[in-house]
Ligand binder design. Structure first.
Ligand code: FES
Length: 316
């Protein structure tokens, strides 16, 4: 469904914490929305006065629900504008264009137990997981690392969670990842979604404890890392040169000039945006390319990666 879009209307906006906004969206024509599975996300096109953002958000609504999509957006101080737009400008009645739901982080149906570890706003995909597991009677546990002040924020979505645990940054309240992993029954699948440091810690702890990679699943938030030193990109097939600013990604710069580029997750994870590099040195920030491909320097993921050289020539 890449390239397909939906017309949505904002039907509800409320602040559930000082930096967290809950947004509800319905089909603009009053009809039914495409069904979305647990862990799915949509990409919203947010049209500001001077620029457009395309941000991906996890759907927190009950999987399969077709009357409304729900998302939660954290306002981040280092935001490149998308989260500030949602917090300051978006209001009920506004129209938005969205992608169809896609899912790169679906729960594994063969798991005998589902162990979820969330960091901060990384809890959002697990809100739909919990609804799914509760509905299907699947064994699960959710461990959330967050601000102490936000431990009650997600309660409305977690009432059916079978095993819910909170951790925060204080003595006696920190998550001991190796100890948690050591307690899991055979056949457990592990899911982690949060800041890169937490994701890396959990993945490393699982590897150290001998977990098979096929049982460890991670959702990365890559978009916040996509800014940096400005550079020039030359799109060789169309003969267009584009300046990539310090606060936009290469993909956003390409979209700004109206060129089309495939994309899905916008976080360096899915591989859909992979593009050939004909000249210049990429600065890789994705989670998709292998070590050999990075070393080779002939591929780049424009949604998050940038250039070490002043100019990149792309096969685009
Ligand atoms: S859009 Fe998914 S890796 Fe770039």
């Amino acid at each position: 469904m890449i390239g397909e879009t939906l017309e949505l209307t904002v039907v509800g906006v409320d602040d559930i914490a000082p930096s967290l906004r809950h947004v509800r969206l319905a089909a603009a024509d009053g009809g039914q929305l495409p069904p979305a599975s647990a862990g799915a996300n949509i990409q919203l096109r947010l049209q500001g006065e001077a620029r457009t953002w395309r941000n991906a958000y996890s759907l927190i609504s009950q999987p399969g629900r077709r009357d409304v999509y729900e998302i939660i957006v954290r306002r981040v101080p280092e935001s490149r504008g998308g989260s500030a737009f949602v917090h300051e400008v978006l209001k009920p009645g506004d129209r938005l264009v969205a992608s169809w739901p896609s899912n790169l982080f679906a729960p594994q149906r063969t798991a005998r137990h589902h162990l979820m570890i969330a960091g901060g706003i990384g809890i959002t995909p697990f809100l739909s997981y919990v609804a799914d597991f509760a509905h299907n009677g699947a064994s699960h546990a959710l461990h959330v690392c967050c601000r102490e002040s936000e431990t009650a924020t997600f309660a409305p979505w977690l009432q059916d969670c079978g095993d819910l645990n909170y951790y925060w940054d204080a003595d006696g309240h920190r998550l001991d990842i190796p100890a948690l992993l050591a307690q899991q029954p055979a056949g457990t699948h592990l899911y982690v979604c949060g800041p890169a440091a937490l994701n890396d810690q959990v993945i490393q702890a699982a590897a150290d404890a001998g977990w098979p990679a096929s049982h460890v699943h991670c959702e990365h938030f890559g978009a916040a890392l996509s800014g940096g030193t400005p550079f020039t990109a030359f799109l060789s097939r169309s003969g267009i040169e584009v300046e990539v600013g310090e606060s936009e990604s290469l993909l956003e710069a390409i979209e700004r000039i109206g060129a089309s580029a495939p994309c899905l997750c916008r976080g360096g994870a899915c591989g859909v945006c992979v593009t050939g590099v004909l000249e210049g040195e990429p600065e890789h920030r994705d989670h998709y390319l292998g070590a050999d491909e990075r070393e080779g320097g002939q591929l780049i993921m424009p949604c998050v990666s940038r250039a070490r050289s002043a100019r990149l020539v792309l096969d685009l």
